[in-house]
Write a protein that binds this ligand. Sequence first.
Ligand code: DAH
Length: 346
Amino acid sequence: MTLQSDIENLQTKTLADLAATTDLQKLEALRLETVGKKGALTEILKGMRELSDDDKKTVGALANAFRDAFASQFEAKKSELELESINAQLGKETLDVTLPGRRQKQGTRHVLTQTLEELEAIFLGMGYEIVEGDEVETDYYNFERVNLPKNHPARDMQDSFYITEETLLRTHTSGMQARVMEKHDFSQGDLRMISPGRVYRRDTDDATHSHQFHQLEGMVIGEHVTMGDLKGTLELVIRQMFGADREIRLRPSYFPFTEPSVEVDVSCFKCGGAGCNVCKHTGWIEILGAGMTHPNVIEMSGLDPNIYQGFAFGIGQERIAMLKYGITDIRGFYQGDVRFLEEFGN
Ligand code: DAH
């Protein structure tokens, strides 16, 4: 019977091909062309219609036996080839478990933020409120209300970025003195505030100046505020920032919004006063400006200067941070260089 020998021939040839296959794709192709729907076996079995019932049984049994034999050898070959391909891949890839792991980087607060938070904590501890102002300020509050009328020569020191004739990027945080004073309810007690923030000034771009920097304004106004309070307050703040054995010294200076005005120096925290490169061999480091609030400033805010007095001070945040951490170039604060920022991990 020819169908029988056709199946036997197919079986011999296919199983030999299968054993010789070395590639998974070819193996699958062989399956399709042999026992697939349109494969060789299907083709042979089309001849079944013409057979007697007995022959149909014999041929059917033979076909099933072939299918089973093919299936089991196919699976065995497939597992063998898959294993080979995994082994080949493992041979190519190496995993070195002695390599160091990948560290997760943890960010830190910016050194200026850290400095500000330290200052704020000290003032909060003394009952000050923290007030924020706008960086775009009117000429009126930035200058006039702190006793710098139009054409006042002291405006030159801070000449600035004007937006219109009457508005500018604030040159200092001192404008907040007037804004806070005129709002304060003195029946509730003295005014004690600090106001930190960014200020802008036309400036030469050298290592210690920037056209944009940060100040911390401070002000205390009441009926019995003296210059002794100013000195005691600043001494406390500076000792907390720079060490308990620091001394401060007040030197006469000039600011239009204070009278008298002082420049405040701290005894050098590096050499203790003997003289070194940090204090330029003077034993003292200039640290901030301050003074007793000028009666004009008090009066313009609607208060009687014969009843109310007080003091104000202006701290450069960058300057404090530079001194405290020995930073020599102000531009480091703004460039976002990770190597710089990482120096000041919390
Ligand atoms: N506004 C001053 C400046 O930018 C700093 C300053 C000095 C503020 C003395 C004050 C002060 O409140 O009393 O240079």
